[in-house]
Design a protein around this ligand. Structure first.
Ligand code: IVH
Length: 701
């Protein structure tokens, strides 16, 4: 239907319109509609979207804005006139008790303020307005009807008026009660709206199993959920383990057929009730906000922490809390006027791969890096994306000049999801992986079963620089004020060829270098001096021995009195340390067999760098029978009864392991006064036991 050339034109037109959406004119209405139709076709028909949902929404909003200003120009086939439909002939069609509407979108604090102004205008309310902010789940909509307390029907969204009857599938979902006590509130017949979705971790498991079974993988949890709702065999639907969160009561009648939605005064009261009678309500991510500033703060917080949430969410939904105010706001044919979605920044976007450069790592591994036309992803401009290795490039069939889909999820580094081969023209070139090192021109080598090509020249300038950068980095010798740019400068000046040169830097000359002053040179000197007293685990890690990470460095440091003792260690000694395998052992042994390395270490020692095991290197023995044995713990906020370090020591004595970040692996969070984001993150996870300082002390005593 659309050839490659046309598709490319559409992408370019789209980008031009998106650059300045406010400038789009009435004359451009036809092209805007064509553009949206094209992207709908890519999304729905081809199942291969090439712009992000966010970009699509922006285009759609632009069209809506122009059509609202010029209703006489609305055409019957305009994308705004369509209500999305997913009706299937495999199921009976049923009519919803109230139409299923969409939500208006907002993207920032300003949009939310406009929303509040609109609500004030519609209701005449001048006092404070409270809102409920809840997650906007990225799953598949379901609607449930209960009569006389019994679940009588479950249906999909369909076209908004009518949906597919999927009652047997809905009945397999453990999060949907088959009966619930609505009559306590004199409700006889009720329609609820909710979203069916799969936990992200379970979704990964489903895909792993599908890969083993040779089945095509699901692109995302939403597709897996939507498919699950429509399985013909309810047993198969049950295997998808869909959870359904409810978020709205769209219809309620008492025994006499009178409206019963007024049994609740507010949306939050209604959610609370649904939760009490057994429905799944996302209590841990719902907040009742006293004003619109609180709303936007909470939305921003949720966006920053979205990856921690066990389910995929693509935004938040802001709802006016008081139901009488909701009534006064009313609906348009498209959305309720008392609610708005706050959409998170897109994680995906399309760009063009303009070039590939090759980086040489500290042990010589060559990493191809794509230089792409800068795009904004989740609020950050991205222009470089790692392509990992040659195999990655081949398997994804990525070429120079390609349109590529790039994703950046939360703190995860950006990566290329796929190339879009349909959009190629003659100018596209295959990526020719180099045969020689880009830094020293040595012929590259590749070991069997290893993905990366490597430069085997230990003295390769780029490797020397990268080793040095690693040596001074935070987790190694932790020399503040020295990073890649300083290392490069000193290297170019001939001052740095090996680690010991760091301890011979000419500070008098550094003081007069451009970009340095007395102060920064002094600070650098202090940081370098301080690093001499580091525990030896830092030095070992800083040496860039292949595969020797932080953990293994620490384990070895705990077993050796002096670094140079390692000269005499044999394979058995290394591998007797749990977690150290023969490959790593061979690498460390090889390092200590090379005479230059030994003289390097001797030279470091003569310059004052510590090579003796320190207190900090000794392994901490966690008791296995303490009250907190086997648990991980984290202290946050201000503790009043003791210092944090003391608390951590107490926790260790009780058998707990102190960790530094809130994640799935954290068991206990001790929240002191003014605990901030870590506490919120732990609450959002829902799996962490949260306690205050006193409760912690009680627990260990
Ligand atoms: S309220 C009249 N709340 O978003 C009620 N919708 O564009 C309007 N969605 O597919 C919807 N989470 O299924 C509402 N907490 C939430 C939601 C939510 C997800 C979905 C909904 C629909 C789309 C609306």
């Amino acid at each position: 239907m659309y050839d490659a050339k046309t598709q490319k034109e559409y992408i370019q037109t789209g980008k031009a319109l998106l650059d300045q959406p406010d400038q789009v004119s009435v004359e451009q209405l036809p092209i805007l509609r064509k553009l949206l139709r094209f992207h709908e076709w890519k999304y729905y028909v081809q199942d291969d979207p090439i712009i992000s949902d966010y970009e699509y929404d922006m285009l759609f909003k632009t069209l809506e804005r122009l059509e609202v200003a010029h209703p006489e120009l609305v055409t019957p086939d305009s994308p705004t006139q369509r209500v999305g439909s997913d009706l299937s002939s495999d199921f009976a069609t049923v009519t919803h008790l109230s139409p299923m509407l969409s939500l208006e979108n907002s993207y920032n604090a300003e949009d939310l303020e406009d929303f509040e102004q609109q609500v004030r205008k519609l209701t005449g309310e001048e006092g404070p307005i409270t809102y409920v902010v809840e997650p906007k789940f990225d799953g598949s909509t379901v609607t449930l009807i209960y009569e006389n307390n019994y679940l009588v029907r479950g249906a999909t969204r369909g076209n908004g008026q009518q949906g597919d009857d999927i009652t047997p599938n809905v009945k397999t979902m453990p999060t949907i009660p088959l009966s619930a006590d609505f009559s306590a509130r004199s409700i006889h017949k009720v329609e609820l709206r909710g979203e069916a979705l799969i936990r992200k971790d379970y979704f990964d498991k489903i895909n792993q199993q599908r890969a083993i079974d040779g089945l095509p993988l699901f692109a995302n949890p939403r597709n897996a959920a939507a498919g699950g709702l429509r399985m013909k065999d309810p047993k198969e639907a049950a295997q998808r383990r869909l959870d359904t969160f409810v978020y709205q009561m769209t219809f309620a009648q008492d025994l006499n057929g009178n409206d019963a939605t007024d049994k609740f005064a507010s949306h939050s009261e209604m959610l609370q009730y649904l939760s009490e009678i057994g429905f799944l309500v996302p209590n841990d991510l719902i907040k009742v906000c006293k004003n619109i500033t609180e709303v936007s703060d909470f939305c921003k917080w949720a966006e920053a922490n979205r990856e921690q949430y066990p389910y995929e969410i693509d935004g938040m939904v802001v709802k006016v809390n008081r139901l009488d105010l909701q009534k006064q706001c009313g609906f348009t044919s498209h959305h309720p006027r008392w609610a708005i979605a706050y959409k998170f920044k897109a994680k995906q976007a399309t760009s063009i791969l303009e070039d590939v450069i090759y980086q040489v790592g500290k042990v010589g591994a060559i990493t191809p890096v794509a230089k792409i036309k800068p795009v904004e992803l989740a609020g950050v401009t991205v222009s470089s994306v790692s392509l990992h290795n040659e195999e990655f490039i081949r398997s994804k069939d990525i070429r120079i000049g390609d349109h590529v889909v790039v994703e950046r999820a939360g703190d995860v580094i950006p990566y290329i999801v796929k190339s879009l081969p349909d959009l190629r023209d003659e100018s596209v070139k295959p990526i020719a992986f180099p045969t020689h090192c880009p830094s020293c021109q040595t012929t590259l080598v590749k070991e069997e079963d290893v993905a990366a090509w490597r430069c085997p020249n230990y003295h390769c300038p780029e490797q020397v620089i990268q080793r040095m950068v690693h040596f001074v980095s935070k987790n190694a010798m932790n020399i503040d004020g020295m990073g890649e740019s300083q290392v490069r400068k000193f290297y170019d000046l001939g001052w740095l060829n090996n680690f010991d040169d760091i301890y011979r830097l000419p500070y008098d000359k550094i003081r007069s270098l451009e970009g340095f002053g007395q102060r920064s040179a002094d600070n650098l000197q202090k940081a370098i001096e301080a690093s001499k007293n580091n525990p030896i685990r830092r030095l070992l890690y800083g040496l860039s021995i292949h595969h020797l990470g932080r953990k293994a460095s620490k384990l070895i440091a705990g077993q050796v009195k002096h670094v140079l003792d390692l000269k005499d260690w044999d394979l058995e000694q290394f591998t007797s340390i749990k977690e150290i395998g023969p490959i790593l052992a061979e690498n460390v042994m090889a390092f200590f067999k090379i005479p230059e390395n030994i003289s390097l270490l001797e030279s470091l020692e003569s310059l004052g760098v510590n090579l003796n095991q320190t207190e900090e290197d000794l392994p901490v023995e966690l008791p296995t029978d303490g009250p907190l044995s086997g648990k991980t713990i984290l202290f946050t906020g201000t503790l009043v009864q003791m210092k944090r370090k003391e608390a951590q020591t107490l926790a260790e004595k009780a058998g707990a392991k102190n960790i530094s970040a809130v994640s799935k692996n954290l068991n206990i969070l001790v929240a002191g006064e003014k605990a901030g984001s870590k506490l919120k993150k732990a609450q959002a996870l829902g799996t962490v036991k949260i306690m205050d300082e006193q409760a912690f002390l009680d627990l260990i005593s």
